[in-house]
Design a protein. Structure first.
Length: 291
C-alpha cells in the first residue's frame, strides 16, 4: 500500500491526479473500489439468474446483529470481524436450509429472517450503545469507503481471492444449477452443494462490502449492474464482463465524485446513484431502440 500511495503522490506532483489522491484514505478507497466492483458485478449475474435479489439484503441487515454480538464478545467496535462473519454465515446457511425444507414462498421467508435480524440487532445494540460511536452505525448502514483502513483492505483482498478461487472452476456449474436444476442433476451435478457454495460466496462478499457500500445498499450493487448489463446484451460472456465493468465504474465514480465536488454524500449512496443512472440510461436506450 505504501508503494501505491507513493505512486499516487507522484501522480499528484506531476499533475496527472487531483490533490485528493495525496491522502492515504483516498488511495485506500480506490483500491477497495477496484477490488470490490468486478466481484460484485460478476456475482450479480448469478444472483439475477438464481433470483436471489433480496437474499443479500437480508444478510446485509444481519450484519447489525453480527456487529453487536462481536462487541458483546469483546471484539473492537471498529472491526468485529469474528462476530460479523460468524453470525452472517450462520444466518445465510440457516435461511437456505429452511428454504429447502419448507413450502413457504422464498420472498416471504427472506422477509421473516430480515425482520428477525433487524429486531435482534436493534435489541442488542441497546446493550452496546455505550461502547460504540453512533457514526459507526451510519457507516455500517450506508457505507464509508473513505474510512477503509489497511486492515480492511487485507480482509477484502483475502475475501476476493477466496471467492475468485472458488468461482472460476465452478461458475458454469453454478450457472446451470441456477437456470435449470433438473438438467444439472441429469448431468450428475450435486445441485445442493453448488447452491450452498453460492450462498456462502454471496454471504462472504456481502460481509466484505458492508463497510464500503453499507448494509442497506449492498444488495443493490449486486443487482443493478447485472440488470443494466442484461438490458444491453444477451450473450452470457458479455453479460458477466459488462456487469463487472459497470459495477467497477460505479464504485470508482461514486468514490471520487463526492470527494472532488465536496458533497456530504455517503460513499454507498453515491455508488448506487451512479449505478442507477447507468440502469436508467440503458432502459431509455432500449425503449428508444424498440420504438
Amino acid at each position: 500500500m505504501e508503494l501505491l500511495r507513493h505512486w499516487a503522490q507522484l501522480g499528484v506532483d506531476a499533475g496527472w491526479l487531483s490533490d485528493s489522491f495525496s491522502y492515504a484514505f483516498m488511495v485506500n478507497a480506490i483500491v477497495a473500489a477496484l477490488l470490490l466492483g468486478p466481484l460484485l458485478g460478476g456475482l450479480g449475474t448469478l444472483v439475477i439468474a438464481k433470483r436471489l435479489a433480496f437474499f443479500s439484503e437480508a444478510v446485509g441487515h444481519a450484519a447489525l446483529t453480527g456487529i453487536a454480538l462481536g462487541v458483546l464478545l469483546g471484539e473492537p467496535p471498529e472491526n468485529p470481524f469474528i462476530g460479523l462473519f460468524s453470525f452472517c454465515m450462520i444466518f445465510a446457511l440457516l435461511l437456505h436450509f429452511v428454504r429447502n425444507r419448507t413450502n413457504v414462498p422464498y420472498d416471504t421467508l427472506v422477509g421473516v429472517f430480515l425482520a428477525l435480524a433487524l429486531a435482534v440487532g436493534a435489541a442488542l445494540l441497546m446493550y452496546v450503545a455505550r461502547k460504540i460511536n453512533i457514526h459507526m452505525l451510519e457507516n455500517v448502514l450506508f457505507g464509508s469507503i473513505l474510512t477503509v483502513t489497511d486492515q480492511d483492505l487485507i480482509v477484502l483482498a483475502i475475501s476476493c481471492a477466496l471467492i475468485v478461487l472458488l468461482l472460476i472452476p465452478t461458475f458454469n456449474r453454478i450457472l446451470l444449477t441456477c437456470i435449470s436444476p433438473d438438467i444439472a442433476r441429469v448431468r450428475g451435478y450435486k445441485t445442493n452443494f453448488y447452491d450452498y457454495l453460492f450462498v456462502m460466496m454471496i454471504t462472504l462478499v456481502t460481509i466484505a462490502s458492508v463497510k464500503i457500500v453499507g448494509a442497506v445498499l449492498v444488495g443493490a450493487l449486486l443487482l443493478i449492474p447485472g440488470a443494466t448489463a442484461r438490458l444491453l446484451t444477451k450473450n452470457m460472456g458479455s453479460f458477466v464482463l459488462l456487469s463487472a465493468l459497470l459495477a467497477t465504474i460505479s464504485c470508482v465514480i461514486g468514490t471520487v465524485l463526492p470527494m472532488e465536488l465536496k458533497l456530504p454524500v455517503p460513499s454507498g449512496a453515491a455508488i448506487i446513484i451512479v449505478s442507477a443512472i447507468f440502469f436508467i440510461s440503458a432502459t431509455m436506450y432500449r425503449i428508444i431502440r424498440k420504438s
